[in-house]
Ligand binder design. Structure first.
Ligand SMILES: C[S@@+](CC[C@H](N)C(=O)[O-])C[C@H]1O[C@@H](n2cnc3c(N)ncnc32)[C@H](O)[C@@H]1O
Length: 218
């Protein structure tokens, strides 16, 4: 399957899942734990420019906004983004949303201090292109935060994508921390630092190997 066709199927899938997503995603239920971890991992006190790539229902973007940052976010799925806009309105937090694929989003080069990608790399036809985009839009010294897991090891986290779509996504089984470190390095980032130890227990019941990594644009 060509990357564009795979991407269209991914966006349609998430639009179908959008109405129920916040009810089932464990990282939404554990938003306050994630808030603590992201606050530490951002390693900053002041207000920064944050971009959340593949924002889904906006969970990470809203956490960043709640920490006082100026936040922009994009997603390729109209349905997920509609839920994100509703969530932002309900919370009274300000996030500028753009319906766009990461690769096509209009964020200006060197316009962000922090870029986040949570649970997005596994579902991309071209995950390295997303990391290169993160590198492009970060200012010198800016921080990328990626979080993902080895979703294939537990039935409850395995995607329900059709086999043909799954086969066309290079990281569909998920990622290990070491693989993510190598990808960050290949995208031009400096040494990565891990933060998942700050969770009091695994944020994904079932103990799926997961990671939260940050690295800087050197
Ligand atoms: C598992 S959800 C994660 C959402 C969110 N980051 C979170 O932590 O809750 C994956 C999201 O990635 C989005 N996505 C997939 N491919 C994308 C792409 N190329 N550009 C932008 N968004 C994409 C999907 O539409 C979906 O909303």
């Amino acid at each position: 399957m060509k990357a564009a066709e795979a991407q269209a199927q991914v966006s349609d899938y998430w639009t179908r899942r959008a109405p129920a997503f916040d009810g089932v995603a464990s990282h939404i239920a554990q938003a306050s734990l994630w808030r603590d971890v992201l606050a530490a991992a951002f390693e900053t006190q002041g207000t920064k420019d944050v971009v959340d790539l593949g924002t889904g229902t906006g969970a990470c973007a809203l956490i960043a906004a709640s920490l006082g940052h100026r936040v922009r976010a994009c997603d390729g799925s109209a349905g997920m983004l509609a839920a994100a806009r509703q969530a932002a309105e309900a919370s009274g937090l300000e996030v500028t949303f753009e319906q766009a694929l990461i690769e096509e989003a209009t964020f200006a080069p060197e316009s962000a201090d922090i870029v986040t990608l949570r649970n997005v790399l596994w579902t991309l036809p071209e995950p390295m292109a997303a990391l290169r985009k993160a590198h492009l839009i970060l200012r010198q010294g800016g921080l990328v935060l990626v979080s993902d897991g080895l979703w294939s090891v537990a039935a409850q986290y395995r995607s329900t994508y059709p086999d043909t779509l799954a086969a066309s996504l290079p990281r569909h089984d998920g990622l290990t921390e070491d693989e993510a470190r190598a990808m960050l390095s290949e995208a031009g980032f400096g040494p990565a630092r891990s933060w998942q130890h700050l969770f009091p227990a695994s944020p994904y019941p079932g103990d799926v190997p997961m990671f939260v990594l940050t690295a800087r644009k050197g």
